[in-house]
Design a protein around this ligand. Structure first.
Ligand code: SF4
Length: 454
């Protein structure tokens, strides 16, 4: 995985890259307006951060409390140590009930566990029912954003895809028409499905219930039309009390899309009469992260995507350039935990401007964590090109004669070989930038000529 190389491919289509940047900036602007409309926004962020801090400090207790209450509500609770375990548990539930068709609502956890290919290889038809997820599924791609999975696709591309896969009119680009095509297509899938799988946005320890937020109602439709509902949940999704929900629900939708609230905020507390409700609690490296002081805060994440929308690198490089389930600043913090060798370029995919930290509704110090990863990677990999450059600079700055000669040489190069410097030596940097014109003399020469002698 090499982020700069993947980002360069994304930027080959300059017009689309520009459009991607502007579209996400629009979402960020909506988030700003929504946040500014809530006078107590900053205290809400602080409260949310503290609730998560407290929950993580007693996660084992709250998980046990949640399990006890969920079981008392008639829910079947499973524990999965890793992705394989999670997939096996889901497969066994489906197998026992003879399920052939599964409708899924958006769940980044199942993306993280690669559930779809696992089930498809075992003969299950898996249908992602979130519109964006269905688009990327039909295109044979992965989501490029955790809230807007198909944000990298323009309506013309969606029109072509629906024409070839769903038989819509050729050349159609009207979003309302295309959404209607998707609705008709998905409705038949919902009616034929034998089971539904949803993610979990928040689980409440004191009630044993959980909340799923969607804008399309697809999670509700799946869960209410099929006899088996499986909810896959990362263990960090827990909050202690039902009254804490208000804090997070007010922050989540505003941070994600600038809405006051997601259109559907559905509370599940037990199975319907004659139906089954399963919850799979997944660790998959989370408890290890809990023990790492400098990185544990990332477990506070409520997956709003605001850090992606604001990140100048994400907006200009696209979600697929990160090569992992979660892109952007959050993904760059999480992916090295999974495989530091493969994802060592991701913590460097940031300007460290801190905008991600500023918008994060649970106050995760994202740019601090990116910096911590850089230090770990640099100390592991030994001296980098940058540290050699710094050593060289220290050598030159400590020797005035060499410094003067270097200055003379740099001015000569700027005067006589500017294209060579910007297009050959500084190739990537120089592609869209020009070097300044060389001054006709150094500051030292100017000073020697102009200083006033007492
Ligand atoms: S790290 Fe913060 S801003 Fe990014 S997705 Fe998570 S909660 Fe949202």
């Amino acid at each position: 995985m090499n982020h700069p190389r993947a980002a360069a491919i994304f930027n080959n289509d300059r017009e689309k890259a520009q459009w991607h940047d502007e579209t996400l900036w629009l979402v960020r602007s909506k988030r700003d307006q929504a946040a500014q409309s809530v006078p107590e926004w900053e205290s809400l962020r602080e409260r949310a951060s503290q609730i998560k801090e407290h929950t993580l400090s007693r996660l084992d207790d709250y998980l046990t409390q949640f399990e006890t209450n969920a079981v008392a509500n008639g829910v079947i609770v499973h524990w999965a140590t890793d992705a394989d375990d999670h997939n096996r548990i889901v497969w066994e539930i489906l197998q026992k009930r003879g399920v052939k068709q599964l409708v899924k609502s958006k769940s980044m956890l199942t993306e993280e566990c690669h559930l779809n290919p696992y089930l498809i290889a075992r003969g299950i038809e898996v249908i992602d029912t979130d519109l964006g997820e269905r688009i990327v599924q039909l295109a044979g791609e992965t989501p490029s954003h955790i809230v807007m999975p198909a944000i990298h696709k323009r309506k013309e591309e969606v029109g072509d895809l629906f024409h070839s896969r769903l038989g819509s009119d050729a050349g159609a680009t009207d979003p309302a028409y295309l959404t209607g095509i998707a609705r008709t297509h998905l409705r038949s899938k919902f009616l034929a499905a034998d089971a539904a799988l949803t993610g979990v946005n928040f689980a409440v320890a004191e009630t044993g219930g959980f909340v799923v937020c969607t804008n399309e109602g697809n999670a509700d439709l799946g869960a209410h039309l099929t006899p088996v509902h499986i909810a896959s949940m990362g263990i960090e999704k827990l909050i202690p009390r039902a009254e804490d929900l208000g804090v997070f629900l007010r922050l989540l939708a505003r941070s994600a899309t600038g809405q006051d609230l997601t259109v559907y905020t559905s509370h599940f507390h037990g199975p319907r009469a004659g139906a089954e409700l399963h919850i799979v609690l997944v660790d998959n490296g989370r408890s290890k992260r809990l023990g790492q002081k400098e990185f544990r805060d990332a477990l506070k994440c409520i997956r709003c995507g605001a850090c992606m929308n604001t990140c100048p690198v994400y907006r200009r490089s696209g979600g697929h350039s990160y090569g992992w389930t979660v892109p952007g600043p959050l993904g760059s913090v999480l992916a090295p935990h999974v495989d530091i060798d493969s994802f060592s370029s991701l913590p460097f995919a940031s300007t460290l401007c801190g905008s991600c930290t500023d918008v994060c509704p649970v106050k995760i110090d994202l740019h601090g964590q990116l910096y911590a990863w850089r230090q770990k990677i640099a100390s592991r990999d030994g001296a980098s090109g940058k540290s050699y450059a710094m050593r060289m600079l220290a050598f030159v700055l400590a020797r005035p004669t060499i410094y003067r000669m270097a200055g003379w040489f740099a001015r000569w190069m700027l005067r006589h070989a500017r294209p060579v410097v910007s297009q050959t030596l500084l190739k990537s940097w120089g592609k869209s930038r020009d070097l300044p014109a060389a001054p006709h003399q150094s500051f030292r020469s100017w000073y020697l000529k102009n200083r006033e002698t007492p």
